[in-house]
Design a protein around this ligand. Structure first.
Ligand code: SOE
Length: 389
């Protein structure tokens, strides 16, 4: 059977561009998607590099101006894989042109931009939007979400999350865009905390209502990429914060880019009134589940390998025990977006969910500055009485 085709245009071709390209290429090989992605065009500013990326990653054409990419008739989905300072302009233009949009995280660099993006999405109800919080699409994480939704852990009381990396540990590591507030908005907050804030809210099924935070920049200047002197780091290296979720759960978060030995260490635990569950990205095929009531001597955390056909996403791949990796999360992400486009159901997390994460990140930045609890409410109002106990 021949499937309908759907055209994809991607802006950016670096790390995330490569990860997303592989997802668009492979999704139809493994999942029964309603339309087969056609890799219509990829866009970048450097002509030779963009053409080389098109050839290597399998895109039919190379564009040098994202406005032209967005206007192309053969592009139905615009995939935004650029630094945060360009997300809003590209995504809003794409939505106004009637395209579906997949956008890398965090949704934007500022709350104003995120609000504009969510408003553009609301004004284009036929378009599906999705923020690329890919860790929701680890089968083990998706399984945790269903266990929580079924009530297997009882009422969620604690969420405990950290995301630690060490790639810029060397003070001689260059001052890339990720260290520049103009281009990246924030440092570990936008890059790393955005993921665990999204996971915490998604897994607990409740939004964060207020936070109290501290941030630190340990390495305050780095060599300029040109090799010509040094420049200031204008973002955070690390952030720690406490949060209250609506409905009474409490949470702790820690993110750092300067945690030696932690290459890409995302870890999250939820404790409910009846059980606990933990997930560690460095062992991403597993969960550790504790369910109270088994009684001695069987009571304790139990490891489950999440590769059975009945587990989320896993059945589309290999036989049980044939483990999956990081790149599969992007395949799952575009599968879910294509399904939403096909069915007309909302994609998740959409721009409204991305905006909620942005409100939390904004409250973290404010709280680190004011040294007070800060609300995530849009109008700055304190959480409604009773919503946070
Ligand atoms: C770098 O810190 C990075 O690539 C993040 O930008 C990604 O979102 C994360 O998934 C892996 O680390």
């Amino acid at each position: 059977m021949t499937r309908a085709a759907i055209g994809v245009g991607m802006v950016g071709y670096a790390f995330m561009g490569r990860a997303h390209s592989q997802a668009w290429r492979n999704v139809g090989r493994f999942f029964d998607v309603p339309a087969e992605p056609r890799l219509a065009a990829i866009c970048g500013r450097d002509e030779a590099a963009t053409q080389a990326a098109a050839d290597r990653l399998g895109w039919a054409a190379a564009e040098l101006d994202w406005r032209r990419l967005v206007e192309r008739d053969d592009v139905d989905i615009v995939d935004v894989c650029t630094p945060g300072d360009t997300h809003a302009a590209i995504a809003v233009a794409a939505l106004e042109a009637g395209k579906h949009v997949l956008c890398e995280k965090p949704l934007a660099n500022t709350l104003d931009e995120a609000e504009a993006m969510a408003a553009a999405a609301a004004a284009a109800p036929a378009a599906r939007t999705m923020v690329a919080f890919n860790y929701r699409r680890v089968p083990a994480v998706a399984l945790i979400r269903s266990l929580v939704a079924e009530g297997r852990l009882g009422e969620i009381r604690h969420v405990r999350a950290r995301y630690l990396q060490d790639w810029p540990l060397d003070p001689e590591f260059p001052l890339l865009w990720r260290f520049d507030r103009e281009q990246a908005g924030t440092g570990a907050i936008g890059d790393l905390a955005s993921h665990i804030v999204d996971l915490a809210q998604h897994l607990a099924g409740r939004p964060i209502a207020e936070v109290t935070a501290l941030t630190e920049t340990f390495i305050r200047e780095r060599p300029l990429p040109s090799g010509d002197g040094r420049g200031p780091v204008t973002v955070d290296d690390a952030a720690l914060f406490l949060a209250r979720l609506e409905g009474g759960a409490v949470a702790t978060f820690e993110v750092s880019r300067l945690a030696p030995g932690h290459r890409n260490g995302l870890w999250i635990e939820l404790n409910g009134s009846r059980g606990s569950v933990t997930f560690d990205l460095e062992r991403l095929n597993e969960i550790e589940l504790y369910e109270a009531g088994a009684g001695a001597p069987a009571e304790g955390f139990r490891r489950t390998l999440v590769t059975e056909p009945e587990h989320p996403y896993a059945g589309a791949w290999w036989p049980p025990g044939h483990i999956l990796g990081w790149e599969h999360t992007f395949v799952h992400e575009v599968r879910d977006l294509l399904d939403a486009i096909g069915s007309g159901a909302p994609a998740e997390p959409d721009f409204a969910s991305g905006l909620q994460v942005q409100r939390v990140l904004d409250a973290v930045v404010r709280s680190a500055r004011t040294r007070r609890w800060e609300t995530t409410a849009p109008d700055g109002a304190q959480p409604r009485e009773g919503s946070v106990q």
